[in-house]
Design a protein around this ligand. Structure first.
Ligand code: SF4
Length: 159
């Protein structure tokens, strides 16, 4: 990594931009994101910014269980996030379907089988502190060039 790439990587860690996706959640996890931006947790003071478009994001936060309808949308939106990027899965739903497992329209696969998940934040719902910690861990992976998508790109260049 040359000097300019190193400066960009450090800047990205200190100001990760976030795009939020709801794959089919009960909104419990999404409600826990809101306090992050309040004075109590003040994620913006740490450089974390929520953005409406995936084209400006470094990190994608995905809540909820995979459904027949959301699978394609997630793939489409994930493809719009520029490299390098990281994925943080919020709550138990993306991992297992949680309380929705077995429902007719719910896919019985983990989010990791659709997009590469870098950080799992467990809980139903996870506390805001845990979400902030997940974002910080994803930002550190981005700085180190160690997210799954970065490693996949690196391996792709070798072959
Ligand atoms: S993990 Fe719990 S709170 Fe979060 S979307 Fe699933 S059921 Fe709702």
């Amino acid at each position: 990594m040359n000097l300019i790439e190193r400066v960009v990587a450090i800047s990205r860690r200190r100001s990760p931009w976030i795009c939020r996706l709801n794959a089919g959640s009960c909104n419990g996890c999404d409600i826990e994101i809101t306090p992050l931006l309040s004075p109590r947790y003040d994620a913006e003071q740490l450089g974390v910014e929520l953005h409406g478009t995936p084209k400006h994001a470094d990190i994608v936060l995905i809540s909820g269980t995979l459904t027949l309808r959301s699978r394609e949308a997630i793939l489409d939106i994930y493809a719009q996030v520029p490299n390098p990027k990281a994925v943080v899965a919020l709550g138990s739903c993306p991992a297992s379907g949680n309380v929705f497992a077995g429902s007719p329209l719910v896919l019985s696969e983990s989010l990791d089988s659709v997009v590469p998940v870098d950080v799992w934040v467990p809980g139903c719902p996870p506390r805001p502190q845990a979400i902030l910690d997940g974002i910080a861990r994803a930002a550190k992976l981005l700085e180190d060039g160690a997210t799954k998508s970065q490693l996949q790109n690196w391996l792709g260049r070798l072959s």
